[in-house]
Each structure stands twice: as structure tokens, then as C-alpha cells.
Design a protein around this ligand. Structure first.
Ligand code: ATP
Ligand code: MG
Ligand code: MG
Length: 554
């Protein structure tokens, strides 16, 4: 059960229900246009639309807002369904398409034409835009505004029969060219499009505009609360104007607006995301750097972390730019609780335990997750030749370097305390091997392991380790708010270091054996990783979901 207080939208819904509006029914909808993949902004809308229905015992429809065949595709429909399910929401059999309402919308348009409330305009959209006027000056009436209903009806039928070219004519509502609300200045209701539609084929040659389709679709579906983002505040009077053509006192949908989600270091416009995909600047919609749901899934973010983040930022009436660090905190919190611990060495150098028998292998027990006592343990081989991180050794260390250095001791996590005895260097000075001795009494769990040493290193057994590739991701853009840099092409603002691929990483056998998609691991001391969709047993690839600590925060 929810313990959080009501947000302002939920408060409105609660009041409406208490007053018995719409017969006490609650029905919301999530209305994506299938012209791209869902992003984290959509997740905010999904959590609202489905969340409010869940909380108050209502229903939420999934409605594909498929009124523009030029940009839409079934690939997107399928991806949208998958992403909503993954986030943990279900619409049951309440899946609808705005295109299913094309007949009713067309009938309504015809009725409005007959009643003198709509007319066919032969001007181009540029001419129409020029006549709109300004908020302080009235617009100019179209020379076609006084056509008779008969002529308008005939032209509208012929528009839909395909007699005219795209852009040659539009259907406009006849409202008020002097209205202080610009959206009331004879808005366009229909335009001609000849591209076939992914569901209705070439049945229609005219397609409704958003403002003429959305409220009516809400009405046809019985939606009571049509929750959307703030940019639609200015559209609300028009929403209500068109809905009034259908609604009566017993039932009328109501539009409520909240603030969009904007995140630092990314863009949220589908047009821009599509451009990144089409121009090959990222590896598809599900590139782990993308702000898409599918990208975040591939990167290893969990649905719970996304939902917790959205809960935390909340819903308001004011636009804001949210820090991506908040999302990353939520991801770390969740992964800390659920990720299976393992060891991997990203930049390996050999550590040879000179007093350890060459033919000996010990299987050491490791906790799968210290945060979850019932997560159990797994074993990890220890042998004479190991790998540790190159960075964890310094020949001439500064004070307070608590890792490995000549004559210094460290603990090998879950294993023994070792003391460095020397190194072997190449001609150019590169360290090729590090030598050490181990103290047999200090194995993890033995009384001797209680001896204090300052540093603990992760390691893998060289003979048993499996090679892997890891992909280290950083922010996709190098500026906080790419959308605000209006004088620069957003593609110039991409972070050139957003992906670093490291090969020859050494992972313990347990990680290799369990590298299934959807698994979450913490590579000890490094970060959280998940197998990429391209990973195979012979060619392991891990995505770094996130580092253990936020390196951007000082
Ligand atoms: P774009 O303008 O980039 O094409 P859109 O808003 O038109 O995106 P839709 O598919 O129409 O994309 O969006 C479906 C729903 O998701 C709408 O109700 C919209 O208000 C909501 N939504 C889209 N982006 C965000 C966002 N950044 N934050 C919150 N809600 C969003
Ligand atoms: Mg859009
Ligand atoms: Mg939209």
C-alpha cells in the first residue's frame, strides 16, 4: 500500500471521486505516439497515469496516438508495449488506437461542417500561419471562411478521396480569429496525408490534428482524467471546446497538466533521439547511453530504481531540470541491495605468490551479497598466479597509499594477507610481474585474518580467470542542458568519451558462468555491471551500469 501523501493530481482525482463526478468512475490513459521509443520522461507520465489508477482502484488505457502515418511504425508499437510491461505496469485488454476512431472523428467533422462550425481552406499552412496575428493583435480571416456547408462537405469528401495533393487544402474549425487564445484562431482539424498508415493502410487520405483527436479519443474511451504535461495548458480550452461537441452533463473528460521530466546531460526530444539513431551516433534506440527505457534496461538500470527516482522528484506545476545524479543515486541504492558480488580485474597485472605451491588450488568462499544474508555464497579459486589491478600497485607510493607497494601488506579480499617482495620490469620500465609472499594463517575466517592491514584488493586467479570485454559509459553530452544551447547543433555537444571499451578484462569463473542477460553484478571495488545483449559464453561483454561512487561529485 502507498504511504506517500497525495500529489496535486491525485488530490484532484480524490476530490472528483468524492464528489461522484462521472458516476464515480476513474479512467486514465497513457497516450504515446508510436514514432519512437519511450524515454525516461515517458516513464514519469506512465507512473502517473497507471499509478493514479492503481491507487484509486481505477483503470488506465494504453492508447497509441497514431494520427500521423508519416512518422509512425509497428516497430515502435511493440517496443512501447515491452517497455511499459518492464516498468511493471499492465493495461490488460485496454489497448486502444486513435486510428480506431477515424470513422467517428470523420463523422464529427462532417457534422460540424453541416452546422457551419468548420470549413475547407485552400491556403497553404504558411499562409494560414501568417494570418494568425499576434497575441495582442487579431488575426485575419481566411478568404475561404464563408464557404457554404454544402461546398465544404463536398470538398472535405474529395480531400479524403485523394483528389487533392498534400498541403493543397485543410479543414479548419470556424471559431474566432480575434480570440486572445491563439489556439482558437480557426485551428486546423484535418490535413491531407497520402503515406499509408501502419494500421489503416490507404483507407484515409485525411488525418486529424492532435487537438481534434485527443479529447475526442478520451471521450470515446470513457477517460475521466486526461493527464498530460504543462505545454498542453494552452490547448486545454480547445480540448474542452471540441469535447463539448460530444459530452453531456453525465460524463466529460478533464485535462490536468504536470511538469515534464528534463534531465541533465541528455536530450529528451524524440526527434533528436531519432537523429542520433539514424546517423549512427549511438548504437540504436537501446544504446546504454540513451535516456530511453530500453537503453536504461540494456545498461542495467532496474525498473524499481527508475520508479523510485520518479517518486522522489514528484509532480509539480513548474518546469525544472532534474539532475541525472538523482537517478544514479536511485540506481546505486537498488543495485547495492540486489546485485551479486563478484571479482573482475579491469586493467590486470600479474601478482605471483612465490611461497604458494604451484600445483595447489583452493576454493575460497565468497558472499554473494552481504546486504542479503540469504543470498548465499559461491567459491572462487585461489592459486599461485593471480591478477590484480595495475593501479593497485605503486613502486614509490606516497604516504597513505594503502594498496600494494614494496614491503607493504594488503589483504586479498576473501583470501590471504600478502606482502610485496619485488617486481619484474620490462626495458621501458613497465611492471610485468609483481612478487609477494602469503601468510597461511591469515586466510579469511581463520583467527590470523584478524590482523590489521590497511588495504583490501580484489583479484582473480590467472589460470582460472575468463577474458571479457567491458563497456564503460559516461554521460552522452558534455553540457548540462544541451537543449538550452540553441546556437549550437546538439550533435556537437556529444561527449566524445561517453563510451570506453576495455578488452582483456579478467573475470572470476562464477561471473562468466552466470553472465545471463538481466543479471546484475557488483564487480568488487569497481561498480555495477550487467551482461550486454551481445554477450555470449565465448565472448563475454559487460556494460558498466554505474561506478560505485559518483566521480562527478567532488
Ligand atoms: P516528443 O515531443 O519528443 O515527440 P511527445 O511528448 O510528443 O514527445 P508522446 O509519445 O506524445 O511524446 O508522449 C506520450 C505521453 O508522454 C504524453 O502524455 C506526454 O505528455 C508524456 N511525456 C512525453 N515526454 C515527457 C516528459 N519529458 N516528461 C513527462 N511526460 C512526458
Ligand atoms: Mg510528439
Ligand atoms: Mg505527443
Amino acid at each position: 500500500a502507498e504511504t506517500r501523501g497525495l500529489n496535486f493530481v491525485e488530490q484532484i482525482v480524490a476530490d472528483d471521486l468524492r464528489e461522484g463526478k462521472n458516476g464515480g468512475r476513474l479512467n486514465t490513459r497513457f497516450p504515446p505516439e508510436p514514432n519512437g521509443y519511450l524515454h525516461i520522461g515517458h516513464a514519469k507520465a506512465i507512473c502517473m497515469d497507471f499509478g493514479v489508477a492503481e491507487r484509486f482502484g481505477g483503470t488506465c488505457n494504453l492508447r497509441f496516438d497514431d494520427t500521423n502515418p508519416v512518422k509512425e511504425d509497428v516497430e515502435y508499437v511493440d517496443a512501447i508495449r515491452e517497455d511499459i510491461h518492464w516498468l511493471g505496469f499492465d493495461w490488460g485488454d485496454r489497448e486502444y488506437y486513435a486510428s480506431d476512431y477515424f470513422p467517428q472523428l470523420f463523422d464529427l467533422a462532417c457534422r460540424m461542417i453541416k452546422e457551419g462550425k468548420a470549413y475547407v481552406d485552400d491556403q497553404t499552412s504558411e499562409e494560414i500561419a501568417r494570418q494568425k496575428g499576434t497575441p495582442t493583435e487579431p488575426g485575419q480571416e481566411s478568404p475561404y471562411r464563408s464557404r457554404t456547408p454544402e461546398e465544404n462537405l463536398d470538398l472535405f469528401m474529395r480531400m479524403n478521396a485523394g483528389e487533392f495533393d498534400e498541403g493543397a487544402r485543410v479543414l479548419r474549425a470556424k471559431i474566432d480569429m480575434a480570440s486572445p487564445n491563439m489556439h482558437f484562431r480557426d485551428p486546423i482539424m484535418y490535413r491531407i496525408i497520402k503515406t499509408p498508415h501502419h494500421r489503416t493502410g490507404d483507407k484515409w487520405k485525411v488525418y486529424p490534428m492532435y487537438d481534434f483527436a485527443h479529447g475526442q479519443s478520451d471521450y470515446f474511451e470513457g477517460v475521466t482524467h486526461s493527464i498530460c504535461t504543462l505545454e498542453f495548458v494552452v490547448h486545454r480550452p480547445l480540448y474542452e471546446y471540441f469535447v463539448k461537441e460530444l459530452a453531456d452533463e453525465s460524463y466529460c473528460p478533464r485535462q490536468i497538466e504536470f511538469n515534464r521530466l528534463n534531465l541533465t546531460y541528455t536530450v529528451m526530444s524524440k526527434r533528436k533521439l531519432l537523429q542520433l539513431v539514424q546517423e549512427g551516433l549511438v548504437d540504436g534506440w537501446d544504446d546504454p547511453r540513451m535516456p530511453t527505457i530500453s537503453g536504461m534496461r540494456r545498461r542495467g538500470y532496474t525498473p524499481r530504481s527508475i520508479r523510485n527516482f520518479i517518486d522522489k522528484i514528484g509532480y509539480t506545476k513548474y518546469e525544472a531540470l532534474n539532475s541525472v545524479s538523482l537517478l544514479e543515486h536511485a540506481v546505486r541504492d537498488d543495485l547495492n541491495a540486489i546485485a551479486t558480488r563478484g571479482m573482475a580485474v579491469i586493467n590486470p597485472v600479474k601478482l605471483i605468490v612465490t611461497n604458494y605451491p604451484d600445483d595447489q588450488v583452493e576454493m575460497l568462499s565468497m558472499d554473494n551479497n552481504p546486504e542479503q544474508p540469504d543470498a548465499g555464497t559461491h567459491t572462487m579459486p585461489f592459486s599461485r598466479e593471480l591478477y590484480i589491478e595495475r593501479d593497485d600497485f605503486m613502486e614509490n607510493p606516497p604516504k597513505k597509499f594503502f594498496r600494494l607497494a614494496p614491503d607493504q601488506e594488503v589483504r586479498l579480499k576473501g583470501g590471504y594477507i600478502v606482502k610485496c617482495t619485488g617486481v619484474k620490469k620490462a626495458d621501458d620500465g613497465t611492471i610485468e610481474e609483481i612478487y609477494c609472499t602469503y601468510d597461511p594463517d591469515t586466510r579469511s575466517g581463520l583467527p590470523g585474518s584478524m590482523r590489521k592491514v590497511k588495504g583490501t584488493l580484489h583479484w582473480v586467479s590467472a589460470r582460472h580467470a575468463v577474458d571479457a570485454t567491458v563497456k564503460l559509459y559516461d554521460r552522452l553530452f558534455s553540457v548540462e542542458n544541451p537543449a538550452a544551447e540553441t546556437d549550437r547543433d546538439f550533435r556537437e555537444l556529444l561527449n566524445p568519451d561517453s563510451l570506453v571499451t576495455v578488452e582483456g578484462v579478467k573475470v572470476e569463473p562464477f561471473l562468466a558462468e552466470n553472465a545471463r542477460q538481466g543479471e546484475h553484478f557488483q564487480f568488487q571495488r569497481i561498480g555495477y555491471f550487467t551482461p550486454d545483449c551481445s554477450s555470449t559464453p565465448d565472448n563475454l561483454v559487460f556494460n558498466r551500469t554505474i561506478a560505485l561512487k559518483d566521480s562527478w561529485e567532488k
